[in-house]
Design a binder for this molecule. Structure first.
Ligand code: B16
Ligand code: MG
Length: 220
């Protein structure tokens, strides 16, 4: 099959572990509204936009609100989340992620970010990852959330690379679906139980090298 010319990375859960900060901030909001929000509930929010996440949270709490009130609560949660990510540094880069990005650079493979987060730039800057990207597409550039392929198609366009030559790295099932809708192969970071639709699944980027990936994708 086609050679890999570009890698498109999701942020939360692939390069950094910000899921726990999202969780704490959503849990605080749920508790202020009078209900509990468990880690299992939080799984439903991974890769989902802020507005859609709030709708899921309110559904769990059995609460109905008008759009104005929802906007206020989304802002309240985001303010808390921003306080947490303001303290992030390079120690919070996930295992293997930095070496993989460096290897992409060394092998002339283009690199883009494809994240739903509107806070992606803060996270990339605070962890020192910004210089590793040729293009950054985040929640401030997109109008449709994953599983819509928009974020990855914009990434491929910015890198001037055809989808058949792109590989997406994702930790969320919605992101794997977005990749396949964009006509791209994908690597699921996590467990085959939730990411079974990916072309390849690995526990983390530590288990993968760019050369091993080229070899594997030469056959699929
Ligand atoms: P924000 P990703 C996603 O990031 C998170 O997985 C998801 O939990 C979050 O709700 C979404 O970003 C929006 O984030 O509130 O910062 O705009 O996995 O697409 O990098
Ligand atoms: Mg993610």
């Amino acid at each position: 099959m086609s050679e890999i010319k570009a890698c498109l990375f999701d942020l939360d859960g692939v390069l950094v572990d910000t899921a726990r900060y999202h969780y704490i901030a959503w849990k605080e909001l749920a508790e202020s509204l009078g209900f509990d929000f468990t880690e299992q509930d939080n799984e439903r929010l991974k890769g989902v936009s802020r507005a859609a996440s709030l709708n899921i949270l309110l559904e769990i709490g059995g609460i109905e609100l008008d759009e104005e009130e929802k906007a206020r609560l989304a802002e309240q949660k985001n303010s808390r989340y921003v306080e947490y990510i303001a303290k992030m540094d390079s120690s919070e880069i996930l295992p293997g992620a930095l070496d993989f990005l460096k290897e992409c650079r060394a092998q002339g493979i283009k690199v883009a970010l494809g994240s739903a987060s509107k806070n992606a730039m803060t996270i990339l800057d605070n962890t020192g990852l910004t210089p590793y990207f040729d293009a950054i597409i985040d929640g401030t550039h997109t109008s449709a959330a994953k599983p819509d392929p928009e974020v990855f198609l914009l990434g491929a366009q910015a890198l001037d690379t055809a989808p058949a030559h792109c590989v997406v790295f994702e930790d969320a099932a919605a992101g794997i679906l977005a990749a396949s809708r964009a006509g791209m192969r994908s690597v699921g970071i996590g467990s085959p139980g939730t990411l079974g639709e990916a072309t390849l699944v690995v526990p983390s980027l530590k288990q993968l090298s760019v050369s091993a990936l080229q070899e594997f994708f030469a056959s699929v």
